[in-house]
Ligand binder design. Sequence first.
Ligand code: OAK
Length: 801
Amino acid sequence: MALTVSEFERAYKEEVLQLFAESWQTASLDQQFAALASLVKRYSASDWSQTKQAVDHNNEKQIYYFSIEFLPGRMLATNLLNLGILTTVERAFKEMGLNFKRVLGMEVDPGLGNGGLGRLASSFLDAMASIGINGNGNGLRYQTGLFKQDFLNGYQVELPDDWLRNGYVWETRKIERAVVVRFGGEVNLLPSADGRLLAQYRHTENVLAVPYDIPQIGYRNGHVNTMRLWQAEPPAMGQPLTVAQREEISAISQSLYPDDSTEAGRRLRLRQEYFLVSAGLQSIVRHYRKTHQDFTQFAQTVAVHINDTHPAMAIPELMRLLLDEVRLDWDSAWAITVQVMSYTNHTLLQEALETWSIDLFAPLLPRIYQIIQEIDHRFRSAYHDADPALIDSIAPLGHNMVRMAYLAVWGSHAVNGVAALHTRLLEESVLSGWYQLVPERFSNQTNGITLRRWVQLANRPLAKLLDKTIGSDWRRSPLAIEALQPFADQPKFLHKLAAAKLKNKRSLAAYVKRTVGLSIATDAMFDVQIKRLHAYKRQLLHLLRIIDQYQTLKAGLAGGPKYVHIFAAKAAPGYYYAKEIIKAINATADLINHDPEVNQQLQVAFLPNYSVSLAERIIAAADVSEQISLAGKEASGTSNMKLMATGAVTLATMDGANIEIYDAVGAANMMTFGLSSEQVLQHQRNFDYSARDLFERDPRIHRIVSALIDGTIPGIEVEGQDIYQSLIQYNDEYFVLADLKAYLDAGARLDELYLRPEAWGKMVVANLAASGRFSSDLTVAGYARDIWHVTPENQVNRHEL
Ligand code: OAK
């Protein structure tokens, strides 16, 4: 949009006055933030309304991205950037003598997600708006997020994440669009006038689903989509409810991933999942009916994407609506449902494949269960001449369970994995039966990231340098960054690149000092591992390398570059082993950071409360990106992409999207090591891996691992023992020791390169130049083409900006 500095200043001052009856000079930082955000929301309002109108008017297809998690991060800077007024507003704030950065820092991160799945969902919403696809998010408005992480004596402490306490400026409550979601009760199928059975519900528990809409502003294209979050409330009318009943209702949108170790917790999760899909689909169907007489056009105008299996009940729920409310026959309803639905799998971990016991499921969702039974029955009949053992092993119902992934594949026209290796492994193992049956449904769509957020906003020094060096096309067309490659040979440019990195390191160092009181050396190599804490991601392997470095220094054998190891990771509250690793890393950090014999060369910082905002600070400052999961376990990873796209060199196993990064940058520009997924599988099949043998035969491994139990690291008597036993006694399920030697060698090769700034700079440039292909704009364009069958407007301006 066109806006001058003085126009903005005038509007902003007026906004502060109107909202708070305060002058702009006396407004608090919170008020400054609220006024600016509210103004931005106003600036986007007419585009938002026009986008919605155009969709209806032109009968355009809409994508609905159903996800139990979203992780949008702060939105103010993104919205300013996407509206095209970021620099204008910055200038105005400077003129007014206000601190723009601190105002941005007042925004809370929405507590709507937990990890990669949620962040990907948000990056797709940003991408859909930015390439001009009508794509909406459908999620839950959790009152409290996962948790706020702190450390007490090195242990993870979980504090409530009360992110909505001061309200959320970007949302609008739409009570007039509320719908009712029904649970429990009885369903009777009664004959009706149209000769078909009619489902009649009695004694149901009715929950009001109230939508809150948040604008998702496209990048300088006038396109504004909607992220809709549902809140569960007691209905205003009907039977009076007891306090306990009301609490049961609000619990549905109270918190993300309630503890599922109890029956009550599992029931609550199931209620959340159904609430999400039922509310979303009812509103979609209702909206469609406003402009259409019949459902012949439904699949041409609606696509529903199921983000992992949490929303897979969208399949029986759409069937329910089409059968019971629209009154279509089964075959027509099923044909529409399959055309509408598509499903992405995000994990190969067996334990993460969702199944629900029928004993829990059927009483809570009686009609949905009936429909799943019919789906299962018809699936089995359709393949009556196929191998019965195969059909039995992949049917939606089996072993007294509803098997969500199988239901999702059967009810969708398209299924995809999130990196090439992941998709192949889905086809060969987790979903192999399905791949035999319906191979044409499978495709790969490698994940992507929002380069606007990670480079344009979170790495301003690099962004500026790119503009000066290759012009600003890369901001709109991600692949244009390839133009940087020739600069790999220009020492002057490499110098500037290193200077930009140093600036980012200084900002991060100031933050580390402020938050954890540690002064980190900015002339050190920043070696970063940031992701959820999980055994398969192998933060433990990284820790063992740090112990090796410590022991080397203590033995007086220095020589490599200075190191600052940076971790950030939350462990799931009930994941005891992951919490032990956190404690072990913190204890090692404590030992190293306080030892004057080593702390000039080696430091370790574990930053609490990993979040999108913290990632923005860390990533821009990183030199090395640790992507060291056991091959075959990480579906894709996306921090690997973010880190390479802001100039870090990747130290990685051949897992997930690391392989595609390797293909993009070439062997000379990435350091890979370790077992391949095939080799891991071989060992697992042959039972020929012995961690104890390695431990006993290799003195270096022996020395490193022994540090966990011999008192070298104070304060980890219990944790050290447990971790040691997981490696030696329980034979190291994640092949940490199998990969340790190769990892240390790869690290040493990286050290040598880091000590040669020109060689290092070349690698950085190669990574930057290859990063464009990991833009989620391109990923989403792939989904649009292969799965949703829509054509992006592709940065065609609705209005001249
Ligand atoms: C979360 C809950 C259930 C199943 C999967 C997840 C999840 O977060 N998976 C992660 O998704 C990311 C986005 O596709 C991938 O990059 C990660 O590899 C994967 O672990």
